[in-house]
Design a protein around this ligand. Sequence first.
Ligand code: PDD
Length: 281
Amino acid sequence: MSICYLNGKFLELSEARVSVLDRGFIFGDAVYEVIPAPGGRFFGLDEHLVRLERSLAAVQIAAPMAAEGWSAVLNELLVRNAGGDVAVYLQVTRGVAERDHAFPRDITPTVFAMCKPLPAQQGLARVSAITLPDNRWGRCDIKSTSLLANVLLRNEAVRRGCYEALLVRDGRLTEGAASNVFVVHGGRVRTPPLGPALLAGVTRGLIIDALARAGCEVEEADIEVAELAGADEIWLTSSSRDLVCVATLDQRRIGDGEHYPIAATALAALAAERQRRESAA
Ligand code: PDD
């Protein structure tokens, strides 16, 4: 797990160096992806690369390579790290230049990728969460490394003994500090609609499609914060943890605190999709 990729070279993570003038360091002027590779094989690579391209375009960084180039580099990184259950963290910054807020001319983006262990998932994990005001900026659809608000929100959840903060803007749920959210009431499954207020999670999209194939339609619809306490199920989705269930929210039990049948269906549908893609590869 110690080999990383930096600007065209594979090297030991401990030997990788970037300039202190890199705009990723100075301004958080960078975008990123976290791409899961359970068993050393990517799941959802194409979807992650499409989103990377969208983030790069949104912040006006010229794409350092096309999808085939990314795929070759990232697969090589997996091979050099000998597989296992990992996620690849990939970051592209605007590059190195004298500090000035406006874009410098003619700089080369910095490209960095490393592997990190994927947390082991056995069945449905149950976690606690709190609600907090969503005080982030207005372009949460861009997967930017400028994550100070997310960091503070997630840390507040952890400080209060919880796993995640569910974020609320104008009385409505947006997403978690590092996850998307699904809410179930009496068999009706909803997740907040895409837009600038939240990240178009790859896992979110995979689960919506996988559940539809299993005969369960997810509504992409607003969820009022007042509805959360009466939910039968609340789940969080992300590339690093697939799907975890919120058993308590703001110290109140969600559902019976133990059984989350639609979440179990969603997790099974996601596993089936992973299997289908592995067999087709
Ligand atoms: N975070 N929303 C936010 C704010 C996130 O940071 C993430 C993931 C998601 C879920 O997206 P996806 O299913 O594509 O992973 C939603 C990653 C894992 C992270 O920052 O480590």
